[in-house]
Design a protein around this ligand. Sequence first.
Ligand code: PLP
Length: 368
Amino acid sequence: MNTPPIHMVDVVGQYKKIKPEIDAAIQRVMESGQYILGKEVTAFEQEMAAYLSVRHAVGCASGTDALQIALMALGVGPGDEVVTTPFTFAATTEVIVLLGARPVYVDIDPRTFNIRPDQIEAVLTPHTKAIIPVHLYGQAADMDPLMALAKRRGIPVVEDMCQAVGADYKGVKVGGIGSIGCISFFPSKNLGAFGDAGMVVTNDPALAEKLRMIAAHGSRVRYTHEVLGVNSRLDALQAAMLRVKLRSLEEWIGARRQAAATYDRLFAGTGVTVPLVASTGRHVFHQYTIRVKHRDSIAARLAERKIPHAIYYPIPLHLQPAYRTAGPQPGPLPGTDIAAAEVLSLPMHTELDIQQQTVIANAVLEAL
Ligand SMILES: *Cc1c(COP(=O)(O)O)cnc(C)c1O
């Protein structure tokens, strides 16, 4: 029994494969004397804009900040409503509440885990200031009907693409579909930094200027503050290391997709519901998330056998006390309830091999 340990994510294994380039990038920044913004950040912004086929990219300090800066640029504030999904990481809703606005939740499709565009129109009001679809687990939300509705009603769309860098929808990379795309480079994300980092992207030059200003204390000209901003800048060190990693991103997406296909094969014809990949785009598999009945007892058995696994997310955001706001509460959200009760994410990263996946799949099937 000399199989290597199985990790949920393997950031160290990935680092070791590109160590010389990463270490050289660190050295370069340390010797440059420029540690916040500067040349490395500008170069990384340009490279990301090219990769995503968007016109503008602005580095910031995290994915959460990216979302907050995006909403600030759209003028979201007290009395406003922002339509989003309750089945996502807390940050999506946290920034809405932080800005004094109210999250309005729309149910998800439990097969794709993404927001249901057909349910959005019913919750729009004159106070709706933005719609935030989340491209959950690495798969684009169903953007055509969502964008058609948003355009018809004149409501800007902020794409939470924190889990989906490189995913596409009908051949267009996410981030360039709505008004603003928000990216996280949290270490475990598909393009992960060595610390916190984030980015906002847009095709709108006026919005780009606003986003850049807000991320830097609302200032374009030093000591002149035109709008209320925050301090959310991208470190040069992170940018330099992310530039190295960006060069491997397509290969890594390929590895994730291959690992997903292997899991699909291992679970074919069993009681495991594998993630539905919509025919509309490229899933980049930030997570490989199955659905199983009796999820909690299966998770407990995996824990006993030391098989890494996770539940993203056990409690939907409309049930979280921290984000409770006054006003009407959402009606029934059956798709969300199913997902929260049944999801189970399995190890997914670029260093997985077929032996490890077989061990994982067998453990799940035995637990069933
Ligand atoms: C990770 C994540 C965020 C927050 O990103 P940070 O960089 O950790 O602040 C926001 N939304 C979603 C969907 C995420 O997965």
